[in-house]
Structures are given as C-alpha cells and as structure tokens.
Design a protein around this ligand. Structure first.
Ligand SMILES: *[C@@H]1O[C@H](CO)[C@@H](O)[C@H](O)[C@H]1NC(C)=O
Ligand SMILES: *[C@@H]1O[C@H](CO)[C@@H](O)[C@H](O)[C@H]1NC(C)=O
Ligand SMILES: *[C@@H]1O[C@H](CO)[C@@H](O)[C@H](O)[C@H]1NC(C)=O
Ligand SMILES: *[C@@H]1O[C@H](CO)[C@@H](O)[C@H](O)[C@H]1NC(C)=O
Ligand SMILES: *[C@@H]1O[C@H](CO)[C@@H](O)[C@H](O)[C@H]1NC(C)=O
Ligand SMILES: *[C@@H]1O[C@H](CO)[C@@H](O)[C@H](O)[C@H]1NC(C)=O
Ligand SMILES: *[C@@H]1O[C@H](CO)[C@@H](O)[C@H](O)[C@H]1NC(C)=O
Ligand SMILES: *[C@@H]1O[C@H](CO)[C@@H](O)[C@H](O)[C@H]1NC(C)=O
Ligand SMILES: *[C@@H]1O[C@H](CO)[C@@H](O)[C@H](O)[C@H]1NC(C)=O
Ligand SMILES: *[C@@H]1O[C@H](CO)[C@@H](O)[C@H](O)[C@H]1NC(C)=O
Ligand SMILES: *[C@@H]1O[C@H](CO)[C@@H](O)[C@H](O)[C@H]1NC(C)=O
Length: 767
C-alpha cells in the first residue's frame, strides 16, 4: 500500500514537471509574481508596477483607472497617461497637453485658450531629446519651450523656440513641417521639466478667417504630420499628443552599479549606459536581455532563451535545427553544408569527368598565353607614355591621396579627375587674359569645362617643394565637406608636371576687394557685412564640429572669403588646413598662416587648436567693422596691427573713432557694438578665453535676425521675453530661417517668414 502511494506521488511530480515545461512556452511574465501585469491592454513590465511591492522604487509606480473606458494607466502624480512602455529602450510614452492660443475676430483671446502646459519629471526621468520635437502650428505665432536640466546643476536652463508668420496656407506642401504654417526644432536631451509658451504678433487679426488658433507642443517624432487642411481641427479636438520620456534605474554608470548591491540587471542580460549629449559621464543605466534572449531583464530568470528552432520557418532550411542558450545550430542534411554554423547551403558537387576537365584547362591556358604575348607586345609603346603620367601622378601626391582614402575609407566620387588636355583647352592654353588672381603659391585661371560650365582652375607655380602635399591636403579636406558657404572642389588633375585643382567659379571676387578697394565696386553695407560674417562663422563652425574629423582652416582672412552674386560668402583655400583626430584636442605643427591674422598663442606654442581660427576670424570681424586692413606698415606704429589696436580702442572706450563711419548709423549702432565686443572676445590672447566658433556663429546669426526682426514687445508677463529682447552677450542664439533645419537663411518676400531660435543659457555665465 505504502509502495503504491509513493508511486502515485512520483507520477504526480512528473506530471507537474511536464506542465511546468509546457508553461515555459507561454511568453515570460513581465511583472513580479502576484502583481497585475497589465492595465487595459497595456502590458506593465517590472520595474514599473501597480500596487505595493510591485514596482522597483518611487517613480516607477503606476495606477490603473479601471473605471475609465478603455482603462488608463496613470503615472507620476497621476496627471500623466502612459500609452506605451518600451523596456529595451528605457523609454516611456506618455500623453502630454498641447498649448492652444485662440482669438476671436476682434483679436481678443477666447476661452478655449490653454497656455503653459508643463511637463514635470523627477530623476531619473528626463524628456528624450532624440525622440521628440518641438512643433508650433499656426500663421501668426511665436512659441518658445523652456526646460531645465538635471546635470550638472538643476538650474541649467535651456530655451528654444520657433516662429511662423504666413498670409495663407495655400502654398504649403502637404505633410511637411517646413516653416510655412508649421515650424519645428529639436530639443536637447536630459531635460527634467519644460513649459511651452505660445503668443501671437497681431492676435491673428490678419489671418483670422482661416486661422483663429495656433498650437505648440512637444511630440514624439513622427507622431504629428502637418496637414494644412486638417491639422488645426485635429489639434483642437485631441488636446494631447504622445511624448517620449527616458528613464534609467539609478543615477550612475553601469560600471558603478555593477558593484553595488542594488544592481538591477539579472541573469543573461547586459547593462546599457544612459548618456546625455552634453556630458561624457553616464547619468544612469538600464538593462537589456542578451542577444538570443527575450523577456524582462529586471526579473530573476526574466531573460529566457529564444528558441529559434520554434520559429514558423526554421532557420535551417535543409537540416535539423538545434537550439542552444543564446543561439542555435544546424545539423545539415546530406548534400548540404554549414555556413557560419548557421544556415545550410548546397555542397557544390565534384565533377567526375576529370580527363575532359584537364584537356579543357590546357587548351584555355594555351589560348590565354597567346593573347598575353600579343597584348604585352602592343602595350609596350603605350606604357612608356603611361609611365610618364604615372610618374607625375606619384610626384604630385596622387599616392598620398590614394593612401589617405584607403586608410580613411573615404571616397572622392564627387571630385572629377580631369585630363591635362581638357584643362588646357578650358583655359585657352593658360592664356594671360583668363587669369583671375595670383597668389604666392599659385595662379587661378577662369576656364570653361564640358563646353558650358565656368570654373576656376588653380595652377601652382612650379618649384615650391612642399606644395604637392598642400594640394593633396586641400583635395582631402574639400572632398569631405559639403557646405553652402565653403567653395566647392569640382575636380583635379594629376597628370601634369604640377597638379591642378578645379573649383566652382565664384563670380564676385574676394571679400578683401569689396571692403578695401572701394573704387572697384560698392562699399558693402552693414547688413551685408553682418551676413557675410555670420555665414563665414557658420562655415568655420561646421568645419570645427560637424565633420567627422574636425578641420582647422589655419588661414582665415578676407582674401580667402569669396562672394557670389548674392553676396553669399564662400570660404576657400584649404591648402594649409589640418584635420585634428578626435582623440586629440590640439596638434603640434609648423606655424603657418598670414601675418596680421596669426593667433599669437599658436605662434608661440606651435600648438594648433580650433581657437586659432577663432582668432583669425576675430581679425576679419575687426576689418569688417573698421574697413582697415589687418596689417599695414603705412600706419603709425601702435595702429600697425589692427587686432591689438582694435582691442585697445574698445578698452579705452574710443571704439566709435575707428569704426567705418560709412556703415554705422543710429539704427545699427547697437548691433555694431555687439559685434565689436564679440570680435574682442575672439581676439583674447589666451585661447581658452575665446568663444568657440559655434558660439560665435550662433551669436552672429542671432544679432542678424534681431536686427531684421525687432522682437514684439508685448507685456506677456513671461520672464524669458527679456532674454529674447535683451543683450545677446549673455545668451547665444541660433536661428534658422526656413524652419527645416540646416536650410537657407534668406528671407523671401512671398508672404511667409519663419525661424527657429535656440538659446543656450550658460549656468554660471563663466565665459
Ligand atoms: C489596445 O486597446 C485600444 C483601445 O481599446 C485599441 O485601439 C488597440 O488596438 C489595442 N492594442 C492592442 C495591441 O491590442
Ligand atoms: C478614472 O476615470 C474616470 C472616467 O474617465 C474618471 O471619472 C475618474 O476621475 C478617474 N479616476 C482617477 C483616479 O483618475
Ligand atoms: C506614486 O507614489 C507617489 C508617492 O507615494 C504618489 O505621490 C503618486 O501619486 C503615485 N503615483 C501613482 C501614479 O500612483
Ligand atoms: C493636462 O491638462 C489637464 C486639464 O487642464 C490637467 O488636469 C492635467 O494635469 C494636465 N496634464 C499634464 C501632464 O500636465
Ligand atoms: C475685446 O472685446 C471687448 C468687448 O467684447 C472690446 O471692448 C475690446 O475692445 C476688445 N479688445 C480688443 C483688444 O479688441
Ligand atoms: C523646472 O525646474 C526648475 C529648477 O528646479 C524650477 O525652477 C522650475 O520652476 C521648474 N519648472 C516647471 C515648469 O516645473
Ligand atoms: C494631404 O495628405 C493627406 C494624408 O496623406 C491626404 O488625405 C490629403 O488628401 C492630402 N491633401 C492634398 C491637398 O494633397
Ligand atoms: C474647438 O473645439 C471646440 C469644441 O470642442 C469648439 O467649440 C471650437 O469652436 C473649436 N475651435 C476651433 C477654432 O475650431
Ligand atoms: C558605462 O560608462 C562607464 C563610465 O563612462 C564605462 O566605464 C563603462 O564601460 C560603460 N559601460 C558600458 C556597458 O557601456
Ligand atoms: C568593482 O569591484 C571589483 C572587485 O570586486 C574591483 O576590482 C573594481 O575596481 C570595482 N569597480 C568599481 C568601479 O568600483
Ligand atoms: C542563462 O540562460 C540559460 C538558458 O536559458 C540558463 O541555462 C542559464 O542558467 C542562465 N544563466 C543564469 C546565470 O541564470
């Protein structure tokens, strides 16, 4: 009897074990045991949870409102509705209020306006900078977004904004938020709270008939598509749009957390650092299941092996699949073999007819031999010519270029290789009439290639020893750049005794000519000077930061800034430029540059940094302000070097005496002074005291827009307005007319006009 009983118990245990194994097939539970794992149809994965003991810690608690239809998941202080939890990405999708600003026909605000919706988060939750956009919709509004960052100080404030002004929405491209009726801008990462403010220039009175309301909001990228016909009504009805929130487990990197007792990533999972773009130290971490595993990395045994063999179509087409932890392998059928120990591929059958193969091989070999001998004979003569060209190719640095391209994986597909004959024809055999300009190293000719395209051809003077390298350097630098304010390299030619470079032809000469040879053309107006300065600064900032490897121009001066018909600045002459590898912030080089523009610190230390370009650009600014050349021995001793004379004039408060009287007037004197102060900062002797090129570009662009759009001076009661109006010395601005991004900066008169503003407020104003 007792024996019988024991067997029954055994059977029971086996049955339970089998049942447990079968249960393993169902998707792994996402919540802690005895905790609700969903609300409505939203799965609630741990570390989030509903109810006591079900969530990791304060901030991860959710509430399910079962009475709502459908049930809603509440988060935070209960004001947020969660619509998705992305466990593997450490993201939370919540609904956020949008800002409304509505007017009646008389220009009075109506009751359904709703302004200043705010997002307030507690650490470790932040508004995602990569997955959200700030968007404003309407035809007569400006919208700004103000946010605070956690790190390194709670008070770090960031303001960004955009403006749209349009007469009508007829010309809007469907689906595009490109500046007419809709503008958008990026927001930085790591913001812990934010407010949206919306206001109007003329209370929508001019556009009321078809646009009584404007809207502004932070929204998950891709979740709002602007449609001029339907968007306004939709926004009026929805009131909320999804926003992505980043979360992390602890404030600290993986390396720190892995040693601590509260480490949250369980077996078969890995740790991911949560980083923000403005600091290198991670601000927290989250967990992911290892490749080949799925489930919840925060639960013990949460990450379960994926049984790849159970997939609807087995990964081993012609074999037997064997699952293993974190992967699988294939036992291939006869006639198939394993590739990468994964898929089964057909074995190529070995031919049995060996004698036939040998005889065929022999006859083919013989045929090839005959062709080879004949070809060698014919090729002898040709090769002698080719060798000469090859010699030039080598001497001219073609090899250096090839090596560089090979080691950097780059390509110069955009650069056309011209033959010597083509360029000779293009320039009428380098006729003196075609000379555009002459410098120390090279002569520049005007030419026509492909029978129609006007180009500028740079021909070095024979005999300067290091110049081949300089030319190759210029090709390498320019082939990596595509910027509207950098002169385009169209092609090159190595086959001649000296290498030739072919550029786009810039019609209007150099900035030097326009500023100093007043007889030659119009003296430039202040607006044009500011535009040129701003574009040049933009191009240099781009070289310093936007390219894969920072590029230092090293020879910024007015003769290297070309102007086209529209007075668009084009930075040229990259013969001296250098890449700075990302792991280095400075480079020791032979001092090179132009006297009068040369960074004194670089001159003494030989340490090349981006700040050397900032100094040279400061000199260009001083030249634009004063219309005096950088260095002139015709001037009295203390005025000889413009840079130091300019700085001392500002310090002695007699700036006004050296400004070009032709360009200054009552309206622009304030901007002129601001630019002068900026120039002075660029000319600081200590390079670390100079602003970065990016800051300079932002400030100049800001001043330009300010000069063009004096801000509406409303009694809005919003503290930030004063920053928008006030002294840009304490704030940097980036404005981007056209709304789309890196687009153009020309204001058109087709009845619309929009811009984006970003201002970065330094916390301690230490610069
Ligand atoms: C969840 O519920 C909503 C509303 O009931 C429905 O629209 C949605 O399709 C559901 N999602 C899933 C994944 O079932
Ligand atoms: C739950 O939803 C219902 C219906 O929308 C609402 O009346 C109630 O106030 C909500 N409860 C909570 C706690 O938010
Ligand atoms: C989460 O817990 C905090 C503190 O106990 C509480 O104030 C908050 O309302 C809770 N949130 C939700 C959505 O239940
Ligand atoms: C959105 O607006 C409603 C009503 O004004 C308010 O109750 C709610 O707290 C707001 N939500 C958030 C996330 O601020
Ligand atoms: C707002 O409306 C009132 C009466 O409805 C009117 O007196 C007032 O002038 C209006 N204000 C503006 C700015 O139009
Ligand atoms: C955001 O945080 C800052 C700094 O803690 C605080 O001064 C500000 O009032 C907060 N703003 C909102 C809208 O909560
Ligand atoms: C704009 O796009 C929407 C959705 O893609 C479409 O329904 C509508 O017909 C389009 N309107 C025009 C004018 O093309
Ligand atoms: C917005 O919607 C409300 C009702 O939800 C309506 O009364 C109002 O007229 C609408 N406003 C506009 C500008 O469409
Ligand atoms: C996380 O960041 C720390 C500190 O920067 C670093 O040491 C560690 O290797 C990183 N870990 C991972 C998994 O990226
Ligand atoms: C973590 O602990 C190991 C040994 O327990 C130690 O070697 C390592 O330096 C510690 N790492 C950190 C970041 O504290
Ligand atoms: C990782 O997963 C494998 C397969 O599911 C399992 O056998 C192993 O025990 C897991 N590792 C740990 C440390 O739990």
């Amino acid at each position: 009897m007792a024996v019988h009983g024991r067997m029954l118990v055994m059977q029971l245990i086996i049955a339970v074990a089998i049942a447990a194994a079968a249960a393993d097939r169902t998707p792994p539970r996402q919540a802690r045991p005895n905790c609700p794992d969903h609300c409505g149809n939203l799965t609630i994965p741990y570390p989030f949870g509903i109810g006591k003991g079900c969530f990791l810690r304060n901030g991860f608690n959710l509430t399910c409102n079962e009475t709502a239809k459908p049930p809603t998941t509440l988060w935070g202080d209960g004001s947020f509705t969660v619509t998705n939890i992305l466990l593997a990405e450490g993201e939370l999708e919540v609904m956020n209020n949008i800002s409304h600003d509505c007017y009646d026909k008389q220009g009075n605000q109506t009751k359904d306006m709703y302004n200043f919706p705010s997002l307030r988060l507690q650490p470790p939750f932040t508004i995602s900078g990569t997955r959200n956009k700030f968007i404003a919709v309407g035809c007569d509004n400006w919208a700004i977004f103000k946010g605070y960052r956690h790190y390194p100080h709670d008070e770090d404030r960031y303001i960004t904004g955009c403006i749209t002004v349009c007469n009508n929405l007829d010309s809007v491209v469907n689906g595009s938020c490109s500046g007419i009726g809709c503008c958008q801008t990026a927001i930085p990462s790591g913001l812990k709270n934010g407010t949206v403010k919306l206001d109007s220039y003329s209370q929508h009175t001019a556009v009321w008939d078809n646009n009584p309301c404007s809207y502004a909001f932070i929204v998950e990228e891709g979740r709002f598509t602007f449609n001029p016909k339907t968007s306004f009504e939709e926004l009026n009805n929805t009131k909320k749009l999804p926003v992505i929130i980043n979360w992390a487990i602890h404030e600290g990197s993986c390396a720190l957390a892995q040693n601590s007792s509260g480490y949250a990533c369980k077996a078969n999972s890995s740790c991911v650092n949560r980083t923000v773009d403005y600091q290198t130290e991670p601000t927290g971490y989250y967990c992911q299941c290892l490749p080949g595993f799925e489930g919840n990395p925060y639960l013990p045994d949460g990450c379960q092996d994926i049984d790849e063999c159970m997939a609807p179509s087995s990964p081993c087409n012609n074999g037997i699949c064997q699952n293993s932890p974190g992967g699988y392998s294939c036992l291939c059928n006869k006639g198939f073999k394993n590739q990468d120990s994964k898929i089964c591929i057909k074995n190529t059958p070995v031919s049995k007819n060996i004698p036939l193969k040998i005889s065929m091989g022999l006859s083919i070999g013989f045929f090839i031999l005959v062709v080879l001998i004949w070809w060698t004979y014919c090729g002898m003569n040709k090769r002698r010519l080719v060798r000469l060209k090859e010699k030039y190719f080598e001497e001219n640095g073609g090899l250096t270029l090839q090596q560089h391209l090979a080691s950097h994986g780059g390509s110069i597909e955009t650069v056309e290789i011209f033959t010597a004959e083509e360029l000779q024809k293009a320039t009428n055999n380098y006729h003196a009439d075609e000379i555009l300009g002459e410098g120390g190293y090279a002569t520049v000719y005007k030419g026509i290639v492909h029978d129609k395209n006007v180009v500028a051809i740079k021909k070095p003077k024979i005999g300067t020893p290091t110049q081949s390298d300089q030319f190759v350097n210029e090709i390498i630098v320019l082939s990596q750049i595509n910027h509207r304010n950098v002169v385009k390299l169209l092609g090159c030619c190595f086959e001649t005794e000296v290498p030739l470079l072919v550029y786009e032809y810039i019609t209007h000469g150099t900035l030097f000519e326009h500023v100093f040879n007043k007889g030659k053309g119009s003296s430039l107006s202040w607006e044009l000077r500011l535009k040129i300065a701003s574009e040049t600064a933009g191009a240099l900032a781009y070289l310093h930061s936007a390219t894969s490897t920072p590029i230092i121009h090293r020879d910024v001066k007015t003769t290297n800034i070309l102007l086209d018909d529209n007075y668009t600045a084009k930075v040229s002459d990259f013969g001296a430029s250098r890449f700075i590898p990302l792991d280095q912030t400075q480079l020791s080089t032979l001092v090179q540059g132009t006297l009068g523009y040369l960074d004194p610190e670089y001159f003494h230390s030989n340490q090349l940094t981006e700040k050397s370009d900032v100094y040279s650009f400061g000199v260009v600014l001083a030249e634009l302000l004063t219309s005096r050349v950088a260095l002139s021995f015709a001037r009295p001793d203390k005025e000889r070097c413009l840079a130091s004379f300019f700085v001392s004039s500002i310090e002695n408060e007699c700036l006004i005496q050296i400004l070009d009287a032709d360009i200054v007037n009552e309206e622009n004197i304030e901007t002129v002074e601001q630019v002068a102060i900026l120039a002075k900062r660029c000319l600081m002797i200590k390079s670390e005291e100079r602003p970065t090129m990016k800051d300079v570009a932002m400030e100049l662009e800001g001043m330009r827009i300010m000069a063009k759009h004096p801000w509406k001076n409303g009694n809005s009661g919003f503290e930030e307005t004063e920053y928008l109006l006030g002294s840009p010395n304490s704030a940097a601005y980036v404005m981007d007319i056209g709304g789309g991004g890196a687009g153009g900066s020309s204001v058109t008169n087709t009845g619309y006009d929009s811009m984006q503003i970003q201002m970065l407020m330094p916390y301690d104003d230490g610069r």
